[in-house]
Design a protein around this ligand. Sequence first.
Ligand SMILES: Nc1ncnc2c1ncn2[C@@H]1O[C@H](COP(=O)(O)OP(=O)(O)OP(=O)(O)O)[C@@H](O)[C@H]1O
Ligand SMILES: [Mg+2]
Length: 301
Amino acid sequence: MSKSHLELTNVQMAFDTKEGPFVALENVDLKIRKGEFVSLIGHSGCGKSTVLNIVAGLLQATRGGCVLDGHEVNTPGPERAVVFQNHSLMPWLTVYENVELAVQQVFRKTMSKSERRDWILHNLKLVNMDHALDKRPGEISGGMAQRVGIARALAMKPSVLLMDEPFGALDALTRAHLQDSLMEIQQDLNSTVIMITHDVDEAVLLSDRIVMMTNGPAATIGEELHIELPRPRNRVTLADHPEYVRYRQAVLSFLYEKQRFPGKGEKGKDKPAVEAEAPQQDDDTSVPESDDAESPVRRIA
Ligand SMILES: Nc1ncnc2c1ncn2[C@@H]1O[C@H](COP(=O)(O)OP(=O)(O)OP(=O)(O)O)[C@@H](O)[C@H]1O
Ligand SMILES: [Mg+2]
């Protein structure tokens, strides 16, 4: 029997603002099994980072909550590593020291000093940052800092890896390399991953399930799409796979046909929602039925 490993139940998140409470999330229910790779996708400002921050223990839901392996999540913990949307390195530490801090936190008792050093270097090499060990965050580019943040998270061998648009700031080649590495590492460690992305192709390539959020305020989970493509996955051979194309189309249809207008007054109005071409609009703009036999989508709300 598959027991749920990570569970969000009836989550509401209301922020206090000058104008009164702002309900960003409402009735968010999500069950994730151990080792599952889940992508969260939705228009800008809908509440994806808020969901991730609740799982990270950085935000406390105003109703409902998050349970990991039977324990309620109230605070951050080293078993849940986070790659933040805006890279968040300690500015006074070098690249090496930023990763070292995390590695010491987790492996101080189980790895020798030289094993820790090898492990830090291994992870920095993985993201192609081993040439800049002694640089400080202020001396490297945003994309490089993001890569160090990814190395830091992976180096913790987390049970749950939480990634907020981890590859958004990277060039296409680095992004592809890191996506492939992430798939391998995730398979090896059987880590549970929740990744926020605006990139539909990335979501389909990497995920076991794509969770699509409705527009806020009071955003919730609109639809879920189980990606049943065999692993290991290869981006080149998948590109023409009929199922791949169908999954991709289902996500685009959710975003551009069903949830095409980001919430009023949200920051999403200023920025493209996803990094993929919108489907061609034809005369029939009716919302396709999601629960017919042809559709891989399960409608939630
Ligand atoms: N601390 C806060 N106080 C008030 N409102 C907030 C706070 N944090 C987030 N919000 C609001 O909650 C909503 C969801 O924000 P969130 O950052 O989760 O969106 P997102 O889906 O991650 O967007 P993006 O794709 O642009 O990163 C937005 O309307 C945002 O303005
Ligand atoms: Mg965000």
